[in-house]
Design a protein around this ligand. Structure first.
Ligand code: ZN
Length: 273
């Protein structure tokens, strides 16, 4: 198979080492041509300054992380989430992001109604969608591994995300993150079905054993995910974008020098992606 799409740095990968400004500088230093900031780093930098830094560096913004977290226990909570997502759309537009990544949210506090939470997700996205369309910011639903269904995202498979896209129409697509979808027995068919809807491709690896549900993701090549196989599927479904490296690793990669992390990402991107 051919070479992977270019590497993009999701700022979470060097969360503890670099500010957004330092991420931009590091991308230039290492010849990385894409970036995907999280909103906390963006807020810290200030949106206008961040937009200028990124533009001056000539980086492609492969996404803004993240919107979502729609379900809430009451109407006021749901409205607050919708308002926050509209602000996130504005931030994504300001930095020229190719999409706003949605981690859609899990169960409201005290609830056991996952079907209800999923309805709230659909309603929440629907309420933000017009603003996304008008701002030219596609919304990328990121299905998360089912271990996060309660507290982070009750959309857990690509099929489920595409069902939502089909119901919501224009302006919404999906982010395929190998960490969240690699286990799906229906993965090949689901990705084929996602043709034209894949807005982002996130890479890292699944470690065995995994010590922490959230912050023990592996560097590409250190785990059990057949990343080239999944890349082949997204490319066969028409995806021609970046490979965005997103590694949350409290006890390993966040503790190493940022430049070493980026150098390793580049090496693995060239050899195991
Ligand atoms: Zn991701």
């Amino acid at each position: 198979m051919g070479k992977p799409g270019p590497l993009s740095l999701n700022t979470m990968t060097v969360r503890d080492q670099f500010s957004l400004a330092q991420c931009v500088e590091a991308c230039q230093r290492h010849g990385i041509t894409g970036i995907s900031p999280w909103r906390d780093k963006l807020a810290e930098c200030g949106v206008p300054r961040a937009a200028k830094l990124i533009r001056d560096a000539g980086l492609t913004v492969t996404g803004l992380c993240r919107g979502g977290m729609f379900p809430a226990a009451d109407a006021a909570g749901r409205q607050a989430a919708i308002a926050d997502n509209k602000r996130a759309v504005d931030e994504a537009a300001a930095i020229g992001a190719q999409c706003l990544v949605l981690v859609v949210g899990g169960l409201p506090r005290g609830s056991k109604d996952i079907a209800g939470a999923r309805r709230q997700v659909q309603d929440g996205i629907a309420a933000v969608l017009e603003h996304g369309r008008a701002s030219n910011v596609p919304l990328a639903i990121e299905p998360l591994h089912p271990m996060y269904a309660a507290d982070r995202a009750c959309v857990n498979t690509i099929d489920q995300a595409i069902d939502l896209c089909d119901r919501l129409g224009e302006g919404v697509g999906i982010a395929v993150d190998v960490y969240h979808v690699w286990w799906d027995p229906n993965l090949a068919a689901a990705i084929a079905r996602a043709r034209g809807r894949i807005l982002a491709f996130h890479i890292c690896d699944w470690l065995v054993p995994t010590a922490d549900m959230l912050q023990d993701r592996g560097m590409m090549g250190d785990g059990v995910i057949d990343i080239p196989a999944i890349r082949g599927l997204v490319e066969a479904a028409g995806y021609r974008g970046f490979c965005e490296v997103e590694i949350m690793s409290a006890n390993n990669w966040w503790k190493r020098p940022g430049d070493e992390v980026l150098q390793t990402c580049l090496e693995r991107h060239a050899t195991v992606v």
